[in-house]
Write a protein that binds this ligand. Structure first.
Ligand code: DC
Length: 258
C-alpha cells in the first residue's frame, strides 16, 4: 500500500521530470507560446550482454518513445531462413527474405505471422544471426528498414551500428559496455536466453567468439561512434544506468533543439 508520503514524493518527482522534459525538448515559438516537442532519435549500441535491451526499453518507457531491438531483426531473418530451408550461405535469397518479410519487433517479435520471441533466443540462433549479420546485402536491406522505422523520431533503437550507420546524425548516441565476465554472467542468467541451463564458461566462450565476429566483420563492424557517450555498466544497478542515460538525453536533447 502506498503511504501518503510515498504518493507526495512520486507526484513531486513526476512534476519535476515533466518540467525538465518540456524544458529540454520544447522550442518556444516567436510569439512566445510553446512550440512542438521534438521527438528524438536515440541510438544505443554496444556488445551483447552490455544491458542494451533493459536500458533501451526503460528509456523508451520514460520518454513514451518506441523501442526497437535491431538484433531481433537479424535473429528473426536468420530464423526465417532456417525455417524456409534457405542455405546458410545464400546471401541473395536471405536478403530477399529480409526485404519482403512482414516483420514486427515490438514487445513480441513476429515474422511472417509467426511469433518467434523465444525461438530466436537460443545458442543456435546466436550463431545464425551473427552469420546473417555479416552479409552486406542483408545489412543494406535491414538498415533501410530500421531507418524507415525511426525517420519521424520518438525512437530508442539498439544494436551495433545505430549511431554509426543507421542514424549517423542521431540526436543522442550511447555506447553501453560492461566487462566481459559480467556480460557473460548476465547472459547466462537471462531466462529469455539460456534459461539458466548453459554453463557460464560455455556462455563466456560463445560470447567472446561472437564479439570477435561482430567487431572484425567487414560490413559495419561494431565500433564506437566518435560522438557517442560511453557508459560502463559493470556493477552499476539498472536504475542508475537509466538515470545516466536520461541525463545525457536531457543535455543532448536540449542541444538538438538548438
Ligand atoms: O543484439 P543481438 O545479440 O540480439 O544481435 C544478434 C546478432 O546481430 C549479433 O551477432 C549482432 C548482430 N547485430 C548487428 O550486426 N547489427 C545490429 N544493429 C544488431 C545486431
Amino acid at each position: 500500500m502506498a503511504t501518503p508520503a510515498m504518493i507526495r514524493h512520486t507526484t513531486r518527482m513526476i512534476r519535476v521530470l515533466s518540467r525538465r522534459m518540456s524544458a529540454c525538448y520544447t522550442r518556444p515559438l516567436a510569439n512566445g507560446t510553446k512550440g512542438e516537442r521534438k521527438r528524438l532519435v536515440i541510438a544505443i549500441d554496444g556488445p551483447s550482454g552490455a544491458g542494451k535491451g533493459t536500458i533501451a526499453r526503460a528509456v523508451a518507457r520514460e520518454l513514451g518513445y518506441r523501442h526497437v531491438d535491431t538484433g531481433a531483426m537479424y535473429r528473426a531473418v536468420a530464423w526465417l531462413a532456417q525455417e524456409r530451408q534457405v542455405p546458410a550461405e545464400d546471401e541473395r535469397a536471405i536478403a530477399a527474405l529480409a526485404e519482403s518479410a512482414q516483420l514486427d519487433v515490438g514487445d513480441r517479435v513476429v515474422i511472417e505471422g509467426r511469433d518467434v520471441t523465444s525461438a530466436i533466443r537460443t545458442a543456435e540462433m546466436d550463431r545464425a544471426a551473427a552469420t546473417v549479420a555479416r552479409m552486406p546485402t542483408v545489412r543494406r536491406v535491414l538498415v533501410a528498414r530500421q531507418h524507415a522505422l525511426g525517420q519521424d523520431g520518438g525512437i530508442v533503437m539498439e544494436g551495433r551500428d545505430i549511431g554509426t550507420v543507421v542514424f549517423p546524425r542521431a540526436d543522442v548516441k550511447i555506447y553501453l559496455d560492461a566487462d566481459p565476465a559480467e556480460r557473460a554472467r548476465r547472459r547466462a542468467g537471462d531466462p529469455a536466453h539460456t534459461g539458466g541451463r548453459t554453463a557460464l564458461a560455455d556462455v563466456a566462450t560463445a560470447m567472446a567468439d561472437r564479439d570477435r565476429t561482430d567487431a572484425t566483420r567487414t560490413a559495419s563492424p561494431l565500433v564506437i561512434a566518435p560522438d557517442a557517450v560511453h557508459v560502463d555498466t559493470t556493477g552499476v544497478p539498472v536504475d542508475d544506468v537509466v538515470k545516466t542515460v536520461m541525463t545525457v538525453v536531457e543535455e543532448r536533447g536540449s542541444r538538438a533543439m538548438g
